[in-house]
Design a protein around this ligand. Structure first.
Ligand code: DGJ
Length: 712
């Protein structure tokens, strides 16, 4: 290392920056971990003759490319002062270690435009991921109008050729699609005011030959619950540049003299182990961001969520019966969903009035909560604090408390408007209302919903998207500080607010309102690319499914939900005693496995001929789910290859007995009988290269295996 280079090593990645005098350091490398001491050997400009028709000064990609003075790549900053100071160039730069070898701060000044930029880089998740954030400060004497501030600028090698990102809608989150990278820019933007169902704020960029478990892959996600933009542009040297940041509405950010704008963080990873390697690094980074009530995650309790069981039809006796049946089946947390508060008989009224409805709960929620707690279950409550129905006492008292623009329609969605959280009195009011519930009742869990996009997000005539998110986060932080034993679930019509920003103050995501197990396979696959399984709300729903009206057997619904944070979401009163027994056995299996399902790595793959698989744990001990999603074409089942076990040595493979179901017996073979008993010892290399034989399976069914490394 020379004094001009700055090297930050993670567990699986390295960053090499090259000092550039007063300018921003140049991006020399972000890629798989370099051996200690390995450096480029020559300065970047020393290796690049100036091409024809170019400025005489070479301007390679830096950590913060600027506009107007000769850098022609996409700038990290777009800002001006009433049309002036549109061009920027740094006049001083200081790089220092905030924490040796782990946290690097780059501070840059533009004396002419009167602004400063700080870029912070850190290894997070025990070095699995790189975290970057950027801060802009207005050192000038007039307002600085900002329309773009990249949270991170990442270099990508020329070898990456495709980008996988996610689209979707309510009831169908995380629909993956791939674009080929070309000289045209690749752009995804979200202007919905919350994270969104249709544009997850992250992506995966891969080499042509990258697979689920092999090949070079980069992934990044923006830790932000609001508007966002990400783009990938080709550079003149063949590399690509990936920028992620907050999408800013016109006039939304005008920094007064001395004011600063801090970007959300970006989590970035790179892996030579394909999409799963990148996912595992993301899981480590997200796990590190979370704050659990007792300092560490407790085993994820089995939920019962009342929504699809009773919807708005709350009757105390019915709910008590539901709680009895839930407790009998082994449920550990009872979450009372929408429908409990003042005049909430459907979705047209009540939001904003957070007191129990007197007709449904004449004695308040106490009797139900006490009943639940008496059954040794925790009590959770649904709220949607940011929302207000025009038909509510709160709106009648404070019609000006919602986001609005004078002279423009107040557009409702699901008959509701959005409270303006840029107003301190609104945040204080909500803190008081929710706090009163937390004080009065034994609530240890809030399901925090948000059921619409923002339009218009107007506060005193200006765009207030980011103020809204900051207000919501502030409210959550205040509640958590005062009631630290309360966990929060982030929900927005299912998975409309899944991001690494809100996870600093929440503990679970409601992944989707679609609980159909077949649909859930792909939704959960996408979720797990960025988030770990223990925060993936996964429920056993009704059959037929309320969202798709498809029917699936209980064992399949259970096996699809089992790897996540398990819950139930249907009316248990509709089940026979035998079905409830089967359900209880699945819950018992979840409790036996959850310690291993929720702490290690996750791999996902396709065995071929309609079989998908998912493995949790590590190379010493794995829980493996093999799902048959379509009827087989071949006479014999495919072998399921487990590439991560190549070096593992002998593994004992056991087939986990599933709770008895209605399925007819299938033809078996001796190896599967052995697997069901003492287990079959197979070498990891064999499992990696040839694969695990699979039994004959019904369609929409799952087989579960346990693979434990043999002690030698
Ligand atoms: C949307 C959520 O995703 C559902 O789970 C449920 O809580 C409803 N809102 C209640 O209105």
């Amino acid at each position: 290392m020379t004094s001009d280079d700055h090297v930050l090593h993670g567990e699986a990645f390295s960053v090499v920056l090259e000092a550039d005098g007063a300018g921003a350091p140049l991006w020399r490398y972000f890629g798989p971990r370099l051996p200690d001491g390995v450096l480029p050997g020559a300065g970047l400009r020393q290796t690049r003759p100036i091409p024809s028709f170019s400025l005489d000064e070479d301007m390679p990609l830096s950590v913060f490319p600027l506009f107007g003075l000769g850098g022609f790549s996409t700038p990290a900053l777009l800002a001006h002062r009433g049309g002036r100071d549109f061009a920027h160039g740094f006049t001083a730069c200081v790089v220092e270690w905030v924490e040796a070898g782990r946290r690097l701060r780059i501070q840059m000044e533009d004396d002419v435009a009167g602004l400063a930029v700080a870029v912070d880089l850190a290894g997070v998740g025990s070095g699995a991921a790189l975290e970057i954030r950027t801060t802009l400060i207005n050192h000038g004497t007039s307002e600085l109008d900002v329309s773009w501030l990249a949270a991170a600028v990442l270099p990508l090698p020329s070898s990456v050729e495709r980008v996988r990102s996610y689209s979707g809608r309510h009831n169908r989150e995380f629909a993956p699609f791939e674009d080929r990278l070309s000289p045209a820019s690749w752009v995804r933007e979200n202007r919905r005011g919350l994270t969104s169902h249709d544009a997850f704020p992250g992506a995966v960029v891969a080499c042509e030959d990258a697979t689920a478990q092999a090949g070079l892959v980069y992934s990044a996600q923006l830790a932000w619950s609001g508007n966002h933009a990400q783009r990938i542009d080709r550079l003149e040297d063949g590399r690509r540049c990936w920028q992620l940041g907050e999408w800013l509405a016109p006039g939304e950010v005008r920094l007064t003299p001395g004011e600063r704008l801090s970007s959300p963080e970006v989590l970035a990873v790179c892996s030579s182990d394909g999409f799963d390697g990148a996912a595992q690094a993301m899981h480590a980074a997200v796990r590190e961001r979370m704050t659990w009530p007792s300092g560490a995650m407790a085993p994820r309790p089995v939920h019962l969520n009342t929504w699809e069981a009773v919807y708005f039809d709350h009757k105390l006796e019915d709910l008590k019966t539901l709680a009895d049946l839930a407790a009998e089946a082994g449920v550990e947390r009872f979450v009372l969903d929408d429908g409990w508060f003042h005049r909430r008989h459907d979705d047209r009224a009540g939001l904003g009035d957070w007191t129990p409805d007197k007709d449904k709960y004449p004695d308040g929620l106490g009797p139900l909560a006490e009943h639940v707690v008496g059954l040794r279950m925790a009590f959770g409550l649904w709220v949607e604090p940011e929302m207000i129905n025009p038909d509510s006492d709160l709106y009648r008292a404070h019609p000006d408390w919602c986001l609005h623009l004078d002279g423009r329609p107040r557009s409702t969605a699901r008959h509701q408007l959005v409270l303006d959280l840029a107003r301190d009195e609104v945040v204080d009011h909500l803190f008081g209302q929710i706090g009163a519930l937390l004080d009065a009742l034994p609530i240890t869990y809030l399901k925090w919903d948000h059921n619409r996009d923002l339009a218009p997000a107007g506060h005193e005539g200006r765009a207030a998207y980011r103020l809204q998110i900051e207000g919501a986060w502030r409210l959550m932080d205040r509640l958590r500080a005062s009631w630290p034993h309360v966990e929060i679930e982030a929900c927005a019509g299912g998975g409309g607010r899944i991001d690494a920003g809100i996870i600093r103050r929440t503990h679970r995501f409601w992944t989707s309102d679609c609980i159909d197990a077949v649909s859930r396979m792909e939704i959960q696959h996408g979720f797990l690319q960025f988030m770990p399984p223990e925060i993936m709300g996964a429920h056993i729903g009704a059959s037929p499914s309320h969202s798709t009206e498809r029917s699936q057997a209980l064992d399949f619904r259970a096996a699809v939900a089992l790897p996540g944070h398990l819950g139930l979401e249907f009316d248990l009163r509709t089940m026979s005693a035998a079905e409830r027994e089967e359900l209880a056995a699945w819950i018992a299996l979840y409790k036996r496995l959850r310690g291993r399902l929720h702490t290690g790595k996750v791999w996902r793959g396709e065995a071929g001929d309609g079989v998908a698989w998912q493995a949790h744990g590590d190379e010493d001990a794995l829980i493996l789910f093999a799902y048959r999603l379509a009827p087989p074409v071949d006479k014999y089942a495919p072998r399921l290859r487990l590439p991560m076990l190549r070096e593992a040595g002998p593994m004992r493979v056991r087939r986990i007995a599933q709770p008895a179901s209605h399925r007819r017996p299938r033809s078996s073979a001796p190896a599967f009988a052995a697997m069901a008993q003492e287990g079959l010892v197979m070498d990891g290399a064999w499992l990696a290269l040839d694969g695990l034989p699979l039994p004959e399976m019904a369609t929409e069914a799952c087989d579960i295996f346990e693979l434990i490394r043999e002690r030698t």
